[in-house]
Design a protein around this ligand. Structure first.
Ligand code: NAD
Length: 526
């Protein structure tokens, strides 16, 4: 097995080298697949974070004043620079995250390029001021304007370090804000690469800043005078981050963990469902917030589906993505393997069977075999807690009702999946699932749909990113109201308050808001 893969402290973000909030020293980044030291990044202090935010604020003033079309054109230049440097980014992603090159290309670089394109295409229309038709006070007119908030803080995780960070950074920037990114301490080099590409593309240098560091650097970002925070990470950290934002009354979006259920109905296409379970469970070695984390298979197809899933799983090619084209790469750091082992042991102790995988893979680096468990139920943690590793537990259900009930029996609600040949029927089941997104006959792909809102319910978080609403959310909503018809020197509702004006308004209210006939309501006035 590999040696050290990261110096991120195990089990939290409160102690360890450089963890006292004063910064200093450096973060070392290691390749999960080989244990090789890849490089170092600064451990940014609270003071340096504040200085970065102050620089970003100054840069934002000019940027926010540009027409949105101009901002979009410039963001597309940055997108072009990303596309031009695809190989270099893919290479670093596969080394620093241990992810297969296909996934680095398709799930990170391509998705980021598409998001930049989408935001640039829709922003001019989505952020245009528009008039609201007032239903009662017709003598006035109202408009809604979208005003950049200022500096948006982005705190991101390690599992999709390229696209998740840019999703938030670019939507903030297109909307006229500056962005300061605190990337995961496990993948700092990718974030520094993003900054290098940004600067190299001639973008305003201070508008996008990267402050690498551990948890305290993230905490310092929240405390540095930012106007909004976009956080993506675990439920535990999200709780602390949301509390810190609440303390400072900073609006925040929380993109947290998931425990996506997949319901396989009796009429599901077995081959597609099995392929989807394997892809949805083992892409990025299962380290995906929307990974298939539990399967509820109808008893009529359970055995055939399980058998085919196991067969496909056993055919996966796992290894060092730096050396060859592999299907499944490495696990980011040792605690993720410990978590997978703990869930598997708990499940097996309570009667589950390991049908494929189940253990660390031999050789250099951090690898865990893609694992399929059968005979699982909700007494096992593998069905109820986020695994975030390559483990897919199966549970047989007698009815769809049972599957829906169990799928909803979770404190998390990010994604859910329904497989059935009857798409309309599956959509009706989807409506009953407690999740931010439900996909019918597909998995994972909504993470790559910038057109649609993305986010969770329950402890999977709150707020939405992506889609036109996601863009608008990067702005303060300003309402401007002006006169259409001037009412003279003063309005009738202003001072003085008299008995006769009170009586007149009361009759007017009854005429407007009672349910009688038109004539009766008019009669109220006299
Ligand atoms: P994490 O919560 O450990 O860390 C996330 C980020 O928060 C890191 O940058 C970390 O340095 C920072 N951080 C830690 N303590 C902090 C503090 N006190 N104040 C401010 N920032 C702090 O998560 P992770 O292990 O990097 O990522 C995995 C988790 O992220 C999983 O639970 C996964 O489901 C979730 N995730 C969610 C989504 C989504 O869109 N909902 C996407 C990807 C990952």
């Amino acid at each position: 097995m590999g040696q050290v893969v990261s110096e991120r402290p195990i089990g939290g973000n409160g102690s360890g080298p450089g963890m006292n909030g004063h910064g200093g020293g450096a973060i070392r980044s290691y390749a999960p697949a080989t244990g090789e030291l890849l490089g170092e990044a600064p451990n940014t202090s609270a003071e340096e974070v504040r200085a970065a935010v102050a620089r970003a604020r100054r840069a934002q003033e000019a940027w926010g004043a540009l027409p949105v079309e101009e901002r979009c054109q410039r963001v597309l230049r940055f997108r072009d620079a990303i596309v031009d440097r695809t190989d270099e980014i893919v290479d670093l992603l596969s080394r620093e995250c241990g992810k297969p090159r296909h996934e680095a290309l398709l799930h990170e670089v391509l998705v980021a390029a598409d998001m930049a394109t989408y935001f640039a295409q829709v922003a001019p229309k989505a952020l245009e001021p528009h008039e609201i038709k007032l239903h009662l006070f017709k003598h006035r007119r109202s408009w809604v304007h979208y005003v950049p908030r200022g500096v948006v803080g982005v705190i991101s995780p390690w599992n999709f370090p390229f696209q998740l960070a840019l999703r938030d950074v670019l939507s903030a920037i297109v909307a006229g804000n500056a962005a300061v990114l605190k990337p995961s301490e496990v993948t700092p080099l990718i974030a520094l690469k993003q900054k290098e590409i940004w600067d190299g593309a001639g973008m305003p240098e201070d508008l996008f800043q990267v402050v690498t560091g551990y948890g305290p650097t993230g905490a310092a970002l929240i405390d540095s005078g930012i106007q909004m925070l976009l956080f993506t990470g675990s439920v535990g950290t999200g709780r602390k981050v949301a509390a810190a934002c609440g303390e400072r009354l900073i609006p925040c979006v929380m993109e947290l963990g998931g425990k996506a259920p997949l319901i396989a109905c009796a009429d599901a296409d077995i081959e597609r469902t099995a392929q989807a379970i394997v892809f949805g469970g083992f892409a990025n070695a299962g380290q995906v917030c929307v990974a298939v984390e539990r399967v509820y298979a109808h008893r009529e197809i359970h055995d055939r589906l399980l058998e085919r899933t196991v067969e496909i799983t056993k055919g996966l090619n796992q290894g060092d993505p730096g050396k060859e084209f592999v299907d499944v790469g490495a696990i980011i750091f040792p605690p993720q393997i410990d978590v997978a082992e703990r869930h598997i042991k708990d499940a097996v102790d309570k009667g589950a069977t390991v049908k494929a995988g189940g253990k660390r893979a031999p050789g250099q680096g951090q690898f865990f075999e893609p694992t399929v468990l059968a005979g699982c139920d909700h007494a096992m943690t593998v069905m109820t807690e986020e695994i975030f590793g390559p483990v897919v537990p199966f549970m047989q259900v007698a009815t769809e009702e049972e599957a829906i009930r169990l799928a909803n029996e979770s404190h998390l609600g990010l994604n859910a999946y329904v497989f059935s040949e009857d798409t309309d029927h599956a959509r009706r089941l989807a409506e009953r699932l407690q999740a931010g997104s439900v996909l019918v006959n597909d998995v994972l792909m909504n993470g790559a749909l910038p057109d649609a809102p993305f986010g969770g319910v329950k402890q999977s978080g709150f707020g939405r990113v992506m889609g036109e609403d996601g863009l608008r959310q990067m702005c303060d909503v300003k309402h401007i109201n002006a006169d259409r018809i001037a009412l003279g020197s003063k309005d009738p509702t202003w001072f003085p308050y008299t008995a006769s004006s009170y009586s007149w308004f009361k009759r007017g209210m009854r005429a407007l808001f009672s349910s009688g006939s038109f004539l009766r309501r008019i009669g109220e006035l006299f």
